[in-house]
Design a protein around this ligand. Sequence first.
Ligand code: FAD
Length: 491
Amino acid sequence: MPSISRRGFLGGTAAATLSTFALSSAVFAKESDIKWDETYNVVVIGAGGAGLAAAVTAKEAGAKKVVVIEKMAFPGGNTIRAGGGINAAIKADYEKAGITDSPELHAKQTLAAGDGRGDPKLVNQLTAKAPESVQWLKDHGVKFQDNIYQIYGGLYKRARNPIGPRGGAYIKALVENCKKLDIPIMLNTQVLEVVREKQLSGKVLGVKVKQKDGKVLYIRATNAVVAAGGGFAASDRLSALHDPRMEKLGTTNHPGATGDLLIDLIDIGADTRGLDYIQCIPGNVKGETHAPNLFTHVDRFIFVNLDGKRFINEDARRDVLRDAMLDQPEAIAWTIVDADGFEEQKNSKGPENEAARKAGTLYIGDSIEDLAKKTNIPVEELKKSFEQYNTAVDTKKDPMGRAPTVLVNKLAKAPFYAGRVTMQRHHTMGGVVINEKAQVIDRHGNVIPGLYAAGEVTGGIHGTNRVGGNAMADIFTYGRIAGENAAKNPI
Ligand SMILES: Cc1cc2nc3c(=O)[nH]c(=O)nc-3n(C[C@H](O)[C@H](O)[C@H](O)COP(=O)(O)OP(=O)(O)OC[C@H]3O[C@@H](n4cnc5c(N)ncnc54)[C@H](O)[C@@H]3O)c2cc1C
């Protein structure tokens, strides 16, 4: 077998850099060389939202045998951790909210928020099909709250939350569907390699996996493999490759979000897009656990820095908010809501905030003065910030530049709640390149036969900056597309 330096044939700079992590194990499989231990029509890698949606759709589209392979001890990935806010321009919902919207406006805003780096074809399909994805979730047992809201970094009132345990509500419903449809989920089983006829050519044949007890299996996919392994924001090393600031930050992600599947895909020739773009959101300050989440509903909260001063319009893009907070003293800010704001976020953030209260990271003040005393924020500055914001709500003009649509609720009703946060790595916008059928594209622009991908492992949708609430729309839309096409893929 020939020995090839992978670095030599990697295309883009990002791919070349990432590939240096994966030079050790070369696989040059031939179908005849491998003794397959198990055979399925469709093999899905990753039991997060994208993978489970793909598996259920593949089975419903006629694939007889479908399996989901998951390296962690339980399904869910980052999806189970998510707040669950999902964007979709659904007529009944935006008319009820008294606003105008459309999939076209959603696409336009998504492309603009990613500085035009998203692929317009993928983005247009995403926003056109996002309403169907919400309906598909309802048809598969997910119940939603009636109201829509502007989620943090969402830039428009377009998100809705499931009823129940946030992102867990999606996972619970989809796992139940897998059970009903007889789709096994192999837990504690890590995909080590995606096996292709030749390393950089031919169709994808299946996967090599390692189970918890160290047993290695080869699993054949007669139709296709769907790669849905999520992002890499839990990897300090991969995250810091292009943005050194990232190394010092913590992460909101589950421990399995390490990007190993992304590297496996690069190893068999997959092209990548946008690996430099790493999104952050507020989370724990170093040394603390259980930061409260008071920032989900943009029309309800303000940021102030340790000096008590507002420093940014809170409805800005997530990358703008990240950079603004990292520029503040100690890179720390306070998030503040009043009693009504706290109440409104209860459905999605109730358990998180209760945990914060118990951990002593949720500060509660009966008045602005009391809050200042408990948080050690200079009282006069804090009062000025409240006054500045409340006046902006009255006049619909905010010196910090917040839009009138999110200048609707004053911080008026005591008690006031505050939580100290810094930025944490949250989402990786980059990943493998796919086309509109969710087929993975190689570094020469060709389809890799028998390989589909969906969710955070893909790149080229969110551009430089993902809009809040668009990941859920993405994973369920492209998960469904990948599953349907994988089921129909010629053998
Ligand atoms: C705290 C938090 C809150 C969020 N809130 C929101 C929100 O409200 N709205 C929104 O739109 N987005 C939100 N996001 C982003 C969103 O949750 C993710 O982008 C999305 O869930 C990714 O889904 P996925 O299916 O692609 O990956 P995941 O859900 O992460 O699933 C990938 C799965 O693949 C498994 N895996 C990886 N590699 C392998 C391998 N080699 N072998 C086997 N298995 C493997 C992983 O263990 C994981 O279970 C949030 C993210 C976090 C962390």
